[in-house]
Design a binder for this molecule. Structure first.
Ligand code: HEC
Length: 115
């Protein structure tokens, strides 16, 4: 391997994580201020949210908008909510989602690990 190949390989290895969406990191940066495992004033607890009925925690006061949604948090519903919270549930108090589809998929996968 010549020096240029070596340098390029090192560069690709270092740049790698930046190109591959990291759900845990996205959650830390964009969700954790409002969401912990348990409900807080800012947001409902997200431990076990995957597969749970929408807006179903007894210890959090949901908006009428989210409360009015039927069904459970399937991958498709999580993706739709995170792609545009107010579009999915008009009147929701969660305002910001995740714009990039790959980031959304990564964060949805990460939510499944929260027990
Ligand atoms: C500024 C605070 C805030 C941030 C940041 C935030 N959320 Fe929320 N989230 C809320 C609130 C408030 C609700 C309840 C909304 C309602 O009642 O309409 C909510 C609801 C949810 C729900 C539905 C939970 C349930 O019990 O039905 C999910 C899933 C969710 N958020 C995921 C996320 C993810 C993933 C992120 C990060 C990408 C995120 N949220 C970032 C405040 C926030």
């Amino acid at each position: 391997m010549n020096r240029i190949t070596l340098a390029l390989t090192a560069l690709i290895l270092m740049a790698g994580p930046a190109y591959c969406a990291d759900g845990a990191k996205i959650f830390q940066l964009q969700c954790k201020t409002c969401h912990q495992a348990k409900s807080s004033l800012a947001g409902p607890g997200l431990a076990g949210v995957a597969g749970r009925q929408i807006a179903s925690l007894g210890d959090f006061t949901y908006s009428a908008g989210l409360k009015g949604k039927k069904g459970s948090w399937t991958d498709a519903n999580l993706d739709a909510f995170l792609s545009g919270p107010a579009r999915f549930a008009p009147g929701t108090r969660m305002l910001m989602g995740v714009t990039a589809p790959a980031d959304r998929a990564a964060v949805v996968d990460y939510l499944k690990t929260l027990k």
